[in-house]
Ligand binder design. Sequence first.
Ligand code: PLP
Ligand code: MN
Length: 368
Amino acid sequence: MMQPPPAQPGMPEDEVDTPALLIDLDAFEANLDAMATRLEGTGVKLRAHAKTHKSPVIARLQMARGAVGQCVQKVGEAEVLAWGGIPDILVSNEVVGRTKLARLAALQRISRVAVCVDDAAQVSALEAAAEAVGARITVLVELDCGASRCGVEPGPPVVALARQIAASPHLIFGGLQSYHGSAQHRRRPEERAAAIAHAVEVTRRSVEQLTQQGLPCAIVGGGGTGTFEHELASGVYNEIQAGSYAFMDADYARNEVPPPFRQSLFVLSTVMSRAIPGVAVLDAGLKALAVDSGLPLVHGRPGLRYAGASDEHGKLLVEDGTAPALGEKLRLVPGHCDPTIDRYDWYVGVRRGRVECLWPVAARGMMQ
Ligand code: PLP
Ligand code: MN
């Protein structure tokens, strides 16, 4: 069941009910502007990743600043964006199974929704799904550029799949998906640079081989918040897929030389117990925050350490300075933004201490 909004426009931040997902709108807009300014005039476009924000509202704000479209990981996310009026979407992922392919094909009526493949059987399944409804679907070949997750090896396997797509009457060969996920959070800048140098090399070779075969790549996509400067400088990629840049999180902040964006996403929580000296217990635990990439930080209160999370409790240790009062509200910086956002129905947009807007996390839970 969808939760009622935890706030009303005009309310002071301190009255927002908790746990709540806050966007600091000044920092958020600065992040969107910074990425748009960075890409302006480079010929490389942003196709922002909506698996992070899950919101057609935020997609539109990114596209108003020059993004060509959006990426998603799931068909359910693509549906929410398409129904919200987003015309150009890439499922930057493999979609397997007849039910999902039928949904993907049906969606082509209202938006261009492209998809990735790394298997010949998937090309046939997509062709059948597109033919069944008389649609044409744009299909990208996913290349394993170093992360060893999805994607085929560079060279002949890429060319073979691209040929099969181009020869399928209801499919359009759309280019290459070449994203190096595990490079984003490598702590040292040299490690990130080395991983992307390899990704660029194999991507460049694949684009050349495809072009020689008469299969030009309209889209060469990849790059996240941690590495996009390298893909941007490569001369090979023409779309960047950063998602977290709009919000940031404590894990990205731990990169040596973190990405040049401000923390704009917070979980607002309330001190619900002060019974034990030196300890304050918050109402935001595992169900309010993703902890896969580390525990949250307490924003603006360096003497307070979030030391442990259970289902509905967050334990703060008072290491320095004064303890927060019972009922006091504290902003937490999530360890990992994407799965934290997926725990909420509403974004509460705040500016200078007041609630300005409420936006639904419309694709929350759309994991199919
Ligand atoms: N592109 C793809 C295919 C991804 O899987 C991801 C995240 O995992 C991203 C882009 C965006 O990464 P980030 O949110 O770190 O910018
Ligand atoms: Mn993430």
